[in-house]
Design a protein around this ligand. Structure first.
Ligand code: ZN
Length: 322
């Protein structure tokens, strides 16, 4: 092992390049992700200067630094110019081909397997928003340092630091801090340290979702509903959607019980048509075993009387019951 070549791998977006200023192209009130504009604005990123120092240290020890990024090669020229502009030293740049739409983690793992099969990866620097790749590194026993999002406003280039935060979960994440006047670093450091890292937060959320879905599955079984069909992920998601829908249906049935006598008296024909429509719609939903159907119809399935009424009437209309 001793004479084996070592390398360091570093990502770009959210790692070496601070992208906060262009995130609004993806997350905005419109709800539209303008990937083209997000990409095009990469030339204005602030560099993560303290991280560049670390990379330079590695290079000074003779360890090549390879930049490996899911950023599209469509902006290769801008990226090269940006690296020149900030005098960032590196020994290789791998960008995702412009027509490659597979997940970035898959692309990165493939590049490492194909281009660097016999080297030792000393460390990978990755953004704490690209957790799939971070998980992959953990599986491969490759040391991975997560970079959190910039904790300053990114405007002051004079005040910067890369803070090492040890989170309550025990994981260490590096955060670029580009400070400003009304921003106290000790407070932010303490705040971050008291919480879990992103990796653990996401794992916690997934665990909660799995529990919720398992509870929903048990309740569906108790209710006599058939098992759902689809991928594990689809079924888990659809179980909670279906549970909500039947919660709402229960409320509708209870409401119908309460108003039945009066409705029967006022307009018996209409009431009977409606009862039949509701019954057949419920039957249809009880027999709906396609997980994807539930996911596709999840909008508006609120566990409330109104939610149940609008669900049943839309099914009845769709099927032509009334
Ligand atoms: Zn953690």
């Amino acid at each position: 092992m001793a004479d084996q070549q070592e390398i360091v791998i570093c990502g770009l977006d959210g790692v070496l390049a601070l992208i906060e200023h262009r995130l609004h192209h993806l997350y905005n009130e419109e709800g539209v992700k303008h990937w083209d504009r997000f990409l095009e604005a990469c030339g204005d990123d602030m560099p993560n200067l303290p991280l560049i120092d670390r990379l330079n240290q590695a290079r000074a020890e003779g360890i090549p630094v390879i930049l490996l990024t899911g950023r599209s090669a469509a902006v290769r020229e801008q990226t090269l110019a940006w690296l020149r502009q900030w005098q960032i030293g590196y020994d290789g740049l791998w960008m995702r081909p412009a027509n490659d739409f597979k997940p970035a983690a898959e692309f990165k793992a493939a590049v490492l397997a194909q281009q660097f099969p016999h080297v030792v990866i000393r460390r990978i620097y990755e953004s704490d928003t690209h957790l799939d790749f971070a998980h992959w590194c953990t599986e491969q026993n490759i040391p991975c340092t997560l970079i959190g999002h910039n904790q300053g406003n990114g405007e002051s280039r004079e005040l910067f630091d890369l803070k090492i935060i040890r989170h309550a979960c025990g994981h260490t994440v590096l955060y670029p801090f580009y400070g400003d006047d009304d921003f106290t670093w000790p407070d932010r450091v303490q705040q971050l340290g008291e919480g879990s890292c992103r990796l653990c937060q996401v794992e916690e959320q997934r665990k909660e979702q799995r529990q919720k879905s398992e509870q929903a599955r048990v309740q569906a079984q108790q209710r006599g509903l058939p098992p759902l069909e689809g991928s594990d992920k689809q079924v888990a998601w659809a179980e909670t959607v279906r549970l909500n829908a039947f919660g709402a249906i229960d409320k509708v049935l209870k409401w119908m019980d309460q108003v039945s006598a009066q409705a029967e008296e006022e307009d018996p024909d209409h009431w009977h048509t409606m009862q039949q429509g509701v019954r057949r719609s419920i039957e249809y939903l009880e027999n709906q075993i396609d997980a994807k159907w539930w996911i596709d119809h999840r909008h508006g399935m609120y566990n409330s009387l109104d939610g149940g009424r609008s669900l049943l009437s839309s099914i009845a209309q769709e099927l032509g019951y009334y």
